[in-house]
Design a protein around this ligand. Structure first.
Ligand code: CA
Length: 350
């Protein structure tokens, strides 16, 4: 009996030591994790004031900005462009800021100081900048800046919303990097609140398009399906407005009618995968193109190792798996010719 009690005491002593040690480790780890956390800026519009918040080494730094530091109203972009001399397109960057910068630089979209270098060209980011990677904030501000520089040079940056942008804007944060869980814990906000309608980036995102047309090319994150065309009265501006105004509808509101299945279902502009997986007949693709009054559709969403063409150059897939952070390509269009441009800046005709 005595022996047993001794064992019992020994067990508790050991067990509580382990517990104490664990708690200490966890605390150290936490301090450690937060102390390396840098993120932001996030700019909030509060009672007519612009409040900038940054996280530097795990601490929140807050300051009030001049009223004109940022626009607070963003008008939706145009959605149809003609006579554009050169176009570059890529998608699904998913927070891989460093890889994106390398690609843009090597392909002369930006210069060594990360400034616009594509003249009157149009750069199309075909959705899914959010989620997975840990440099989403950096990417968003980069695109935000580049858009203004491009405009001044007579060019354009088009940031089209993909399913992951819509997921974040609808509070679906399943795919955010753990860094952003810490950011939102530190701010004591849900992650999606950092992009609500009272933030600069949130308002900016709400002005973005989902589907646009440049010359004879349609650009959209996932694709335009036959099903989608049959259920909607497809007109570029109108569809974009419908998508835009759906951002601040709740899922319940959208699901109370067939709205959700049409605009957010598996045949929608932001989720469709049919070009890659449904073995469509070439005729079916031609039919879709005819209804869009276009010759080509450029999509992301389905990952490949490089920029690919399908259905005799009718469809181009520009998700070149940048999300893995290792490699990526850009689709380049000039004089109605289509090229893949590699990470090292080599040009290969498609
Ligand atoms: Ca996607």
């Amino acid at each position: 009996m005595i022996k047993f009690s001794l064992y019992l005491i020994l067990f508790f002593v050991t067990f509580s030591n382990v517990l104490g040690q664990d708690a200490k480790n966890l605390k150290d780890q936490n301090t450690d994790i937060f102390s390396t956390l840098n993120d932001g800026p996030y700019v909030f519009i509060e009672n007519d004031e612009l409040i900038e918040k940054r996280i530097i080494k795990g601490e929140i730094h807050e300051k009030t900005l001049a009223k004109n530091a940022y626009d607070t109203l963003f008008t939706p972009d145009m959605v149809i462009f003609k006579n554009v001399k050169k176009i570059a397109a890529l998608s699904d960057i998913h927070g891989q800021y460093d890889l994106a910068m390398e690609m843009f630089q090597r392909n002369k979209i930006i210069d060594e100081n990360l400034n616009w270098n594509f003249g009157e060209g149009h750069l199309v980011i075909v959705g899914d900048v959010f989620d997975r990677g840990d440099k989403v904030t950096e990417l968003l501000w980069f695109i935000f800046k580049l858009e203004q520089q491009a405009m001044k040079a007579g060019g354009r940056v088009h940031f089209l919303l993909g399913n992951h942008e819509y997921m974040i804007l609808h509070s679906d944060v399943r795919y955010i990097h753990k860094k952003y869980r810490m950011t939102s814990r530190l701010f004591n906000f849900e992650y999606d609140e950092l992009y609500n309608n009272n933030t600069i980036l949130g308002r900016w995102l709400r002005s973005k398009s989902t589907v646009i047309k440049i010359n004879n090319n349609v650009f959209v994150h996932a694709g335009v399906s036959h099903e989608f065309l049959s259920q909607t009265d497809f007109e570029f501006e109108k569809i974009n407005n419908v998508m835009r105004s759906s951002i601040d509808l709740s899922k319940e509101e959208m699901k109370s009618t067939d709205f959700y299945s049409i605009y957010y279902g598996s045949e929608s502009l932001i989720w469709y995968r049919g070009y890659f997986y449904d073995n469509l007949l070439e005729e079916e693709v031609s039919n879709i193109l005819k209804q869009l009054n276009s010759d080509h559709i450029v999509v992301g969403h389905c990952s490949n190792e490089e920029v690919v063409q399908l259905y005799d150059n009718k469809i181009f897939g520009v998700d070149s798996s940048m999300k893995l952070g290792k490699y990526g390509e850009i689709l380049f269009i000039k004089k109605n010719k289509y090229y893949r441009k590699t990470l090292s800046g080599k040009r290969k005709q498609l």
